[in-house]
Structure formats: C-alpha cells, structure tokens
Write a new protein. Structure first.
Length: 247
C-alpha cells in the first residue's frame, strides 16, 4: 500500500510539472508573439515614415511646386516664373491680382479660351485666352494640386495617417484657407478655391477638410473670400462657374 501511494504521488507530481511546463511554454509563445508584433509594427511605421519622407522630398523638389509655394507665400514677388529653357530668362513680378486672373476657369474668358489648347510664345507655353504668365501660374498650381491629390489618396487607402502630413503640408493648407488680408488677397483665394472645384480636384477638397479647413463651394470660407473681393459682379461670375449661387 505504501509503495502504491508513493508511485501515485510521483505520477501526480509529474503530471502537474508537465502542465506547468506547458503553461510556461504557452506564456513564452505569447510573449514572443507580442514582441514580434511590436517589432513588426515598429518596422512598418518606420517604413511608412521613410516612404512619406521620400515622397515629400520629391514633391518639394519639383520646380513647379517650388514656384507654387512662392506664389502662395507672397502677395507680390519678382522671380523666374517662365520656363523657356534659357538660363537668362527675365524675372516676372507676380501679384495677387495676376494670380487671380490666371486662376479663373477658362469658361469666363469666352468660347475661344481653352485650358488644354497650348501654343508657344518666345519659347514659353501659353493657353488660349491667357497670357504666358497666367499659363505658367496655372501650371505651377496644377503641379501643387496634383501632389495634394496624391497625398489625399495615400490617406484614404490607409497608407499614411493624415496627422503624418501635417508637418509637411499644414502651413501651406492654412495659408490658403486663412482669412484674406485685403480685397486682392480675397480675390486670389476665391479664384484658387474656384479653380480647385471647377477642375475637380476632389482629393484636395477632401484633404483640406481632413486638416480642418473646409473649402468647398458651400463652405463659409469660400463665401468669405467672395465677399472680401469687394466686387459682387466678379464674385457672382466666379461662383456661377461651379454652380454656386452667390448674392
């Protein structure tokens, strides 16, 4: 009887030890999985950050984007706007008024105007109905807005989070959506926002709203720019191109 009890005890002890080993093994596996998951997610975040940094580097290195940033940042600035290919191209004095004129939807310039029919003047590209300088302004903004469209698609597909774009784009988006300083500034903002809606930069509209700056035709921001122009007729004509009733 004594021998039986001793054998039973050892069997029981051995069984409990085996279970402990299994539990410890399971805990070890879970810890290993969590550590691996953490390292994987950390590596993914690093890859996303590296990808975005490279994309932004390319974006801000694009000559037309660089010029667009100058156009956004300055009410009046003399710089090399035209792209004739010559090294000694004369600088152009660009004002808010010139920008507002260049950003008008082409339908406001009459049936002869075009947004895609180009011709060359002294080596520079122009559009029917627009001056060479105005065509260059449109090209610069197109490059800038195309980039924003791409970044908006990255956010929508979950490739990057909108907050990761703020250090790069926050300043420029705020500059465009911030209250106008005077009537010429308001006319430029109204023309740019109209341009964005008229030429269907839907991703740009979405991205601005994601940054907390709604700029759609129905937004208070757009209405404030139209009102700030100080020219009700011009504001009405501009708004009508995108189906917005302004009065």
């Amino acid at each position: 009887m004594r021998d039986f009890l001793v054998v039973t005890w050892y069997r029981f002890a051995a069984l409990e030890f085996d279970r402990k080993i299994k539990v410890l093994a399971l805990i070890g596996a879970i810890v290993g999985f969590l550590v691996g998951l953490f390292q994987y997610r950390k590596a993914q975040r690093w890859k996303k950050a590296e990808f975005l940094a490279n994309e932004m580097k390319h974006f801000f290195a694009t000559p037309r984007v660089q010029k667009a940033l100058v156009l956004i940042d300055w009410g009046s600035r003399r710089f090399q706007l035209l792209e004739s290919g010559a090294a000694d191209v004369a600088e152009t004095l660009v004002t808010r008024k010139m920008q507002a004129s260049g950003l008008r939807p082409h339908v406001l310039l009459g049936p002869a105007a075009s947004d895609d029919e180009v011709f060359v003047v002294d080596g520079a590209v122009a559009l029917k109905g627009f001056t060479v300088e105005e065509a260059a302004i449109r090209d610069c903004y197109d490059a800038f807005l195309d980039g924003l469209e791409q970044f908006a698609s990255y956010v929508k597909t979950g490739l990057v989070h909108v907050d990761s774009l703020r250090p790069y784009l926050g300043y420029w988006i705020a500059e465009i959506a911030s209250p106008a300083q005077d009537s010429e500034d308001a006319a430029w903002c109204a023309a740019l926002l109209t341009y964005i809606s008229f030429y269907r930069f839907e991703g740009v509209l979405w991205l601005f709203e994601a940054f907390g700056h709604a700029i759609s035709p129905s937004s208070p921001t757009y209405s404030s720019f139209l009102k700030g122009m100080g020219n009700p007729q011009a504001a009405t004509e501009l708004a009508q191109t995108i189906g917005y009733h302004y009065s």
